[in-house]
Design a protein around this ligand. Structure first.
Ligand SMILES: NC(=O)CC[C@H](N)C(=O)O
Length: 256
């Protein structure tokens, strides 16, 4: 169960939202929200609040109507069983998600949802869970779970810190770039040192933690992109990220 707000709830941590509000949609928070992934939404909301923007946190669950005017779409990790539960509903909203991606809506999808944004996840049990083809990649389940701390490097976002726990190994097609190159841990698969995927304004990653508290550069990319699309500009006043910096140092020093 998630402790997230119910569908359509307006959660405003911002006392001052005079610069406007962004609508952030969390996909399937019941089934696809493990290892603290909901923290990504909380980080986005808080960084908006610090800069005088509001955030409307929406949730999409099985059978819901997909909301209008969504500025940012977030998806978390899930067990294979959770991925099986949502698979039919996800196919039903696939055209909407693909249209959002093509239109430039910023998105962050982690692990289980990252896999399902590809073309297919063949589980270790031999079941094919079809993806929605937003990202050109496919995933094959293996007998080993890949678990531990990860550090990846990326030109766009610098060092990326997180924690992986997956059996699926993901292989990128020509239509996407990796999010980063792994220097500690495994990332997408045990063969090519790539981690995550980038295409249009979509970021896919295996990294939990949750990801955004320790990676404010990725959070601000998502917020800047969403705000510029909605308001034409973004006041990206620098924030005091010294605690995030400490967390990054600590995470980087941890054993695999
Ligand atoms: N952490 C996750 O989201 C796991 C995704 C998928 N069930 C796997 O094991 O590969």
């Amino acid at each position: 169960m998630s402790d997230a707000p119910s569908a359509g709830a307006l959660t405003s941590a911002a006392t001052d939202s005079s610069k406007g509000s962004l609508r952030i949609l969390q996909l399937y928070p019941r089934e696809m929200n493990i290892y603290g992934d909901y923290g990504n939404v909380l980080v986005l909301r808080q960084r908006l609040a610090w800069r005088g923007y509001g955030a409307e946190i929406l949730e999409y669950d099985i059978g819901d109507t997909f909301p209008d005017d969504v500025d940012l779409i977030i998806g978390g990790g899930g067990q294979d069983s959770g991925q099986l539960v949502i698979q039919d509903d996800l196919q039903a909203i696939a055209p909407t998600l693909r249209a959002h991606a093509d239109d430039g809506t910023p998105m962050l999808v982690i692990c289980g949802m990252y896999q399902l944004f590809g073309t297919v996840f063949r589980t270790h049990g031999g079941t094919d869970i079809p993806g929605i083809g937003v990202l050109d990649l496919e995933t094959r389940g293996g007998s080993d779970r890949l678990i531990g701390n990860v550090v990846a490097t990326s030109e766009e976002f610098g060092e990326i810190h997180g924690y992986e726990n997956h059996s699926g190994q993901t292989f990128l097609g020509d239509g996407v770039l990796p999010l980063g190159t792994v220097v500690k841990g495994v990332g997408n698969n045990a063969e090519d040192s790539s981690e995550g995927a980038r295409s249009r304004n979509v970021v896919g990653s295996y990294l939990h933690g949750s990801l955004l508290p320790k990676n404010p550069a990725i959070a601000d990319f998502l917020l800047r992109t969403a705000a510029e699309r909605r308001f034409g500009s973004f006041d990206d006043t620098g924030l005091d990220d010294s605690l995030a910096e400490l967390a990054r140092k600590q995470a980087g020093a941890r054993p695999r």
